[in-house]
Design a protein around this ligand. Structure first.
Ligand code: HEC
Length: 340
């Protein structure tokens, strides 16, 4: 069954999509939208989104895994004319009276948990940015202000909790990580139940659907990859640095920033100690390769620099450490090039 949420509020202003993306980060949702997306300019239809979830940001965050997932929903926009009588309370009526724009977010019956979470949190955060309200047309209910966010989080948490069996937790995800600029792996997590009554025609339909998902995911992946700046030639021709760059952009740039200057989208919320600028002259924890490897593997206690040993294997840690030297414009130590 289709599900719709609408946001009723002010018309889009320049940069609204970027502010929307930034407010989703505060809820642990790191999104890359299709590069052509802008409010007011998206001709309507499915918006592909590459979603990475920040561990610990909501109860089921861990179940998303560390890899980005492909998801999205349908967005359409229309002019809005308030009709009388406007619903109570007066603050809601005021918001609707000032509103001129309707943003509709739709998902279909096959929605996955990520799509539902983005639909809920996306409409709640957008409603604040356009000084409006969220409307659930199925129930005829409205939400605005902090209760809209609280309600969105609760709905998404409950939806995720209702999928308790691992095989029901179906998502299209990007497995592994980018190994080099051109090589990547994509895998669809099985969606099929092993129920004996599952007949052959149904299996064929599911197989075709999975193939469709896989192709859609690959296409979305290629479209969504674009926002990453191309690798400089000295990185592109060095397999270790290319691998390190892929890991760094995927895992570390949320805090350390694309260039390692400590200015990633999450850095604003991290006060003490601040996210390290990896390009400055001083490395607080030492610049010997074994020190840098130890920081990445073990993290720094009582800071937001987590241990990565359960996420990255030793070769990946060496590759991302090498890339940190590259960002700091220091020579890459030879030890990082050999296993050991
Ligand atoms: C959630 C935010 C966050 C993420 C993600 C993150 N870091 Fe950090 N990192 C920090 C913070 C905060 C510090 C500063 C710790 C301190 O002051 O002791 C830091 C410090 C470091 C340092 C030490 C710098 C110095 O001056 O000695 C290195 C190296 C580093 N991070 C590498 C990485 C790598 C590689 C990744 C990805 C695999 C990563 N970080 C992911 C927050 C983060």
């Amino acid at each position: 069954m289709g599900f719709e949420l609408s946001v009723i509020g002010g018309a889009p202003t320049p940069g609204l999509a970027e502010r929307w993306r930034a407010s989703l980060v505060a809820h642990g949702l790191l999104c890359e939208f299709h590069p052509d997306f802008a409010f007011g300019a998206w001709s309507g239809g499915y918006l592909p989104i590459k979603l990475s979830v920040v561990p610990g940001s909501f109860p089921a965050a861990e179940r998303y895994g560390a890899d980005p997932v492909a998801c999205g929903f349908e967005i359409s926009e229309h002019p809005y004319h308030p009709d009388d009588p406007l619903p109570d309370p007066p603050e809601l009526a005021d918001r609707l009276r000032r509103a001129s724009h309707l943003y509709q977010f739709r998902t279909a019956a096959g929605r996955d948990v990520g799509e539902f979470r983005l639909q809920c949190l996306g409409s709640a955060t957008l409603s604040e940015l356009v000084d409006g309200a969220v409307c659930d047309p199925q129930q005829g209910t409205y939400f605005f202000g902090p209760p809209a966010l609280a309600n969105a989080r609760r709905e998404a948490d409950e939806y995720e909790a209702s999928w308790d069996e691992p095989h029901q937790w179906k998502m299209s995800r990007f497995a592994g990580f980018v190994r080099s600029e051109d090589e990547c792996m994509f895998e669809t997590v099985p969606t099929q139940s092993s129920h004996p009554a599952f007949g052959r025609p149904a299996a064929v339909v599911v197989a075709l659907m999975m193939l469709g998902l896989l192709l859609a995911g690959l296409m979305a992946y290629h479209l969504l990859r674009r926002p990453w700046p191309p690798a400089p030639p000295e990185v592109a021709r060095d397999p270790l640095l290319s691998q390190g760059r892929g890991i760094f952009l995927m895992r570390c740039s949320t805090c350390h920033g694309f260039e390692g200057r400590g200015d990633g989208p999450l850095s604003g919320g991290i006060a003490k100690p601040p996210v390290a600028n990896l390009t400055d002259a001083e490395w607080k924890h030492g610049d010997r390769p074994e020190k840098v490897l130890a920081v990445i593997e073990n993290g720094v206690p009582n800071t937001r620099m987590d241990s990565w040993r359960h996420v990255l294997g030793p070769p990946e840690v060496r590759a991302v450490a090498a890339y940190v030297y590259y960002l700091a414009r220091r020579p890459v130590p030879e030890e990082l090039r050999k296993p050991g």
